[in-house]
Design a protein around this ligand. Sequence first.
Ligand SMILES: Cc1cc2nc3c(=O)[nH]c(=O)nc-3n(C[C@H](O)[C@H](O)[C@H](O)COP(=O)(O)OP(=O)(O)OC[C@H]3O[C@@H](n4cnc5c(N)ncnc54)[C@H](O)[C@@H]3O)c2cc1C
Length: 279
Amino acid sequence: MIAFDFAYYKPETILEAFETYATENDQGKKVVYYAGGTEFITFARVNKLDANVVIDIKGISECNVLEIKDGQLIIGSAVSLNKISDSNLFPLLGQTAKKIADHTSRNKISIGGNMNSRLMYRECLLPLLVVEANVVIFSKNETKIVPVAHLYNGTVKLTAGDFLVQIIINTSMIDLPYVSFKRTKLSKVGYPVLSLAAIRTDSEKIRVAFSGICENPFRSKKIEKIINDTALTIDERVEQVATSLPIPVISDIESSMEYRVFVLKNALSDMIAELELAK
Ligand SMILES: Cc1cc2nc3c(=O)[nH]c(=O)nc-3n(C[C@H](O)[C@H](O)[C@H](O)COP(=O)(O)OP(=O)(O)OC[C@H]3O[C@@H](n4cnc5c(N)ncnc54)[C@H](O)[C@@H]3O)c2cc1C
């Protein structure tokens, strides 16, 4: 049971959603956007979150798009993880999404909800960071297109009231050789001790992004430089990466820091070997 009352709006346009947010917020109310609702409901039930107003963005047509148009894959922020996996339009994203939660939850969990989650994992970001996707956001009364890394590499930098409308990926990036890896503490369903998504681009460079190992998902140019330094052996590159992470490796109930580093090294060795073989 949710122990507080809130007003629920389901706007049909982007502008209506934003105006509802602005009007209610100006009256001092706490307003949240809502897509799959799994995180909102989970936290609201245990009093870890409250809100006076909930704006459900699933009624907005732009947020429900999943199509290829003019050389771009367009994914609406309210599209569920299962729809993305089942479509197989972007296999790396589909594989990554498929490893999040259980099948029933993935019918609800939206890609936008995952990317804006208050939990640190946000695994759908990994494929988007490596293919250098753009995101369409509605911010301060206008639609803006910005590189995903500007808002989502590290902590989420969306300003209050702004919301994610769509993700745009150049179709030249969706069928490249890839590796998707996730290791959990115990079972198949669980938060990642380490999750990584990697591709090899046409210019033969490996790009990789990580989640679970540090406080936020990230892609690092410094790490990719080491990974692509073929003058070094794979083992040498892996050792250098393990000491060059841009943020500290965490230790928590899922795993110790030492175990995370151990898993990272193994995953990197396999990933480099597999993607270099794909040349
Ligand atoms: C059983 C279970 C297992 C899970 N396991 C994993 C896992 O292994 N890896 C992982 O990465 N995550 C995992 N999660 C977390 C899940 O991906 C997030 O909780 C996600 O936020 C849920 O998406 P939703 O659409 O239901 O979110 P909602 O509850 O609708 O929203 C979540 C947050 O995102 C904001 N938001 C939603 N849409 C937008 C938008 N378009 N623009 C701006 N803000 C928006 C909301 O305001 C809210 O703050 C798991 C969740 C469950 C329930």
